[in-house]
Write a protein that binds this ligand. Structure first.
Ligand SMILES: CC(C)(COP(=O)(O)OP(=O)(O)OC[C@H]1O[C@@H](n2cnc3c(N)ncnc32)[C@H](O)[C@@H]1OP(=O)(O)O)[C@@H](O)C(=O)NCCC(=O)NCCS
Length: 337
């Protein structure tokens, strides 16, 4: 029986055309470019038009990834869609994406691990490929946050942070090759529901009494994200560093062996701290938060596409991924790109 390995055969990304700078936000949010840049590193973010759904962004990113992988779209035999902002409560956004791509019939998973969604999805795709179940998996992370933000001064602590966007990768199978050939190496995944309410959207939901959502909940703004910023920041730094250290150690790798690190993009200061703790030279970390804000499940594949475009990521490079998000969920991956 063949010994299957998975690798990233194509990558694509898409952000809505309209960009909103910190100066644009100053006009309505009682915030300032100085505050946002100093605390987060964000300069601008892209927000979608009203008639655009999350799966529309995913379609564009997927088409670029399919072209990059040089496969026919009908070679895709599974979709994994990571998002916290699906088109509708149900069915999953993967079904809407599948229909728009004309890939009806293949399985479509939605996964809900928020900012760690891409790494969880990558580990699923890797496992499916290794068992020989699928040959080309479309793994997408996409979000439209802009429609779920409290864009009044009251919501400024959360709304300045988030942007809309999509990133897609094709995870393909091949027979095991040499250590320096492209392949996904390993993953480390975690969750701790004790912190579920430190970063969450309470409504709609079945834990809210008789109604999933009602006018009182809307008046209390329970349909917008709540975040305990300091707790999230502290845990993000600790957990991303821990997980990355574990993944490197379990593969007998050091920071020197890794060519590029792609971290989740929640805050430039979080990534700088992780780099400092781990002793990672700044030039080995590729950040995109300046241009896109936090696009949750999309940040890592979006960064991957931009790193390729910028000439910072090439075939054969050893790449470390790490993310942290709501749940809390966190994890890391190591791969030969
Ligand atoms: C959100 C975050 C940038 C806030 O930075 P912070 O240094 O912790 O700031 P605080 O929340 O303590 O707020 C400090 C002050 O800035 C104010 N402030 C909050 N948001 C503001 C904004 N957008 N513009 C201007 N002032 C703001 C607060 O009201 C507070 O004012 P006060 O001192 O008068 O009370 C930071 O906590 C963070 O990045 N946390 C992690 C967020 C994250 O990663 N989320 C996604 C997880 S995947």
């Amino acid at each position: 029986m063949a010994n299957w390995q998975s690798y990233i055969s194509g990558v694509g990304a898409f952000v809505p055309e309209k960009a909103f700078t910190n100066f644009d936000l100053e006009k309505t949010l009682d915030t300032s470019d100085e505050w946002i840049q100093q605390r987060t590193g964000i300069v601008k973010r892209h927000w979608a038009d009203d008639d655009v759904a999350t799966s529309d962004l995913a379609v564009k990113a997927s088409e670029e990834a399919i072209a990059d992988a040089k496969i026919d779209k009908h070679d895709i035999d599974c979709i994994i869609f990571a998002t916290l902002s699906p088109d509708h409560d149900f069915p999953g956004a993967g079904c809407f994406l599948q229909e728009k791509l004309g890939l009806n019939g293949i399985p479509a998973f939605d996964i809900r691990q928020q900012c760690t969604g891409y790494i969880y999805g990558l580990s699923m795709a890797d496992a499916f490929i290794k068992t020989g179940q699928y040959k080309n998996i479309l793994l997408v992370g996409a979000e439209i946050h802009s429609k779920g933000l409290d864009r009044t001064p009251e919501g400024r602590n959360v709304s300045v942070l988030f942007g809309d966007g999509a990133g897609a990768t094709i995870i393909s199978s091949k027979e095991s090759g040499g250590d320096n050939d492209s392949h996904i190496i390993s993953h480390d995944l975690h969750a701790d529901g004790a912190f579920a309410k430190e970063l969450w959207i309470p409504a709609p939901g079945t834990a809210n009494g008789a109604d999933r959502i009602n006018q009182t909940m809307l008046d209390e703004k329970l349909n917008f994200g709540f975040m305990n910023g300091r707790t999230v920041f502290m845990h993000a730094v600790k957990r991303m560093s821990e997980s990355l250290a574990f993944t490197l150690k379990s593969n007998n790798c050091t920071i020197d062996d890794v060519d590029l690190f792609l971290f989740h993009q929640a805050n430039l200061r979080i990534n700088d701290k992780v780099g400092e703790i781990m002793g990672i030279p700044a030039e080995k970390v590729f950040n995109t938060i300046q241009d896109y804000g936090n696009t949750t499940a999309a940040t890592i594949p979006l960064g991957m596409r931009d790193a390729v475009k910028a000439g910072r990521l090439e075939k054969g490079m050893l790449v470390g991924l790490a993310a942290f998000g709501s749940g809390f969920t966190w994890g890391s991956s190591l791969l030969r790109y």
